[in-house]
Write a protein that binds this ligand. Structure first.
Ligand code: PA5
Length: 423
């Protein structure tokens, strides 16, 4: 369970003053009368997910792990970020990752696409193309290149190495997958892209990466209870949601998600999409940004400490690291570092976090929200998903906006299609 500490947040209003509003919104969310109510399938997904499909995900993943050196996830936005966030958080950045998981369909960069194709050309490859609409241009462009490559490399067998995750009935990708005979998995109608990491969109790549998806679903399921109460005192996700609204009332328009683990950086990217796309509409919302400390204390740290007071920090602390390390002794001590000899490196990381909180809070006057997760396991990931899903749904509905649509994303597409000559 994620622990929340608001003692460093400088809130000028009492969180409890929002109890009635929170209760009313929670009721609307639970009984499906809130804004965007056709996209709340994630709420009870941990109970309602298709168990047969879940078993098939595990079977397909086991087969892929046997015959594949590189697994290419081809998708963008909600059809990409969650899987990458989960895999990097749980396996680390330089783990013994077999198969290697790489990402395409998330950019038009010709250099990136060419280098990925060059990287995979002599390896055993499986492709997972993921798109709910089936028409997202970045993904479709990359998939055509991958499909041709797979057909040249594997001939008839290509169809056994391409897996499509898409809508159950509609769209170009579904039609193509049926025609070619690809294995397919379904993106549920009532779960939007940025909430879809808990569906086959995330679960297949995560299982291919060797991660226990049963534990992920268990964490999600427990999260339904832990973050399910309308009572603010019993629900840290809703308290966090209210604290964000109060801080915005106090003039803070930027939220910096702070982590101290480089393997959490894609979690921050996933969170930015979840929060930014859900809340940033109707001329409202808090701009979500992120930093990885202590690395970024040597870049953005200066701004946080002494720059314009536009932001608050939300620290996502991890209690137990994936691996700890003891700092070695050195007889000569020429670098003067023996004061750390025998100490845990994770302890040093936590002391850096403590010192930073003090500096930003006491001297910098920056409000800090503290979130602590127990570890970076599959269970923790599933649990964290429910925490952030509930928090962003509540905080956006408090703004009287629809948390589950993204009308603004379409504007660039129209212009781009015109420029690309699409009919
Ligand atoms: O949150 C969202 O809905 C978006 O980020 C989509 O996931 C993204 O645009 C990809 O869409 P699709 O899965 O239709 O290719």
């Amino acid at each position: 369970m994620i622990q929340l500490d608001l003692n460093h947040a400088f809130l000028k209003e009492d969180v409890k003053a929002y109890q009635d509003q929170v209760r009313a919104i929670d009721e609307a969310l639970q009984n499906g009368t809130c804004k965007g109510n056709d996209f709340i399938g994630w709420l009870n997904w941990a109970n309602n997910y298709d168990k047969e499909e879940f078993s098939r995900i595990k079977e397909v993943a086991a087969k892929v792990r046997e015959n594949t050196e590189v697994f290419v996830v081809c998708g963008i936005g909600g059809s990409y970020l969650g899987a990458r966030a989960a895999i990097e958080m749980m396996n680390g950045l330089y783990g013994d990752n077999k198969p290697e998981i790489i990402y395409m369909g998330n950019t038009f960069s010709s250099t990136y696409i060419s280098q990925v194709m060059n990287h995979i050309k002599d390896k055993e490859v499986t492709v997972n193309v993921i798109s709910k609409s089936g028409t997202t241009t970045e993904t479709a462009l990359a998939f055509r290149i991958l499909k041709q490559f797979m057909e040249e490399k594997y001939g008839e067998d290509a169809k056994n190495r391409i897996i499509a995750t898409t809508d159950k009935a509609r769209g170009t990708l579904k039609a193509l997958a049926d025609k070619e005979g690809y294995e397919t998995f379904v993106i549920p109608d009532d779960i939007g892209g940025r909430f879809s990491v808990i569906t086959p969109v995330g679960l297949l790549p995560i299982a291919v990466a060797g991660i226990d998806i049963d534990a992920l679903m268990k964490g999600l399921h427990e999260g339904m209870g832990e973050y399910g109460d309308a009572d603010l005192e019993k629900n840290p996700a809703y308290r966090y949601a209210v604290a964000r609204r109060i801080l915005q009332n106090q003039g803070y328009d930027v939220e910096l998600l702070v982590n101290y683990e480089p393997q959490m950086q894609m979690v921050a990217e996933w969170w930015k999409q979840l929060f930014g796309e859900s809340e940033g509409k109707d001329g409202k919302g808090i701009l979500p940004d992120s930093v990885c400390f202590s690395t970024d204390l040597h870049s953005l740290g200066q701004f946080v400490q002494e720059g314009k007071k536009v932001l608050f920090e939300t620290n996502l602390y991890v209690e137990t690291p994936m691996i700890d390390l003891t700092f070695p002794n050195d007889e000569a001590n020429e670098d003067g570092m023996n004061y750390l000899a025998g100490k845990s490196v994770d302890w040093a990381n936590k002391m850096a976090a403590k010192g930073t909180l003090q500096a930003h809070e006491e001297t910098g006057g920056v409000p800090n929200i503290l979130l602590t997760m127990p570890g970076m396991t599959s269970y923790d990931f599933g649990n964290m998903c429910m925490f952030f899903f509930k928090a962003i749904a509540m905080t956006t509905l408090m703004n009287d906006s629809n948390p589950f649509n993204q009308p603004g994303v379409e504007v660039y597409k129209k212009n781009m299609f015109k420029l690309l000559g699409k009919e």
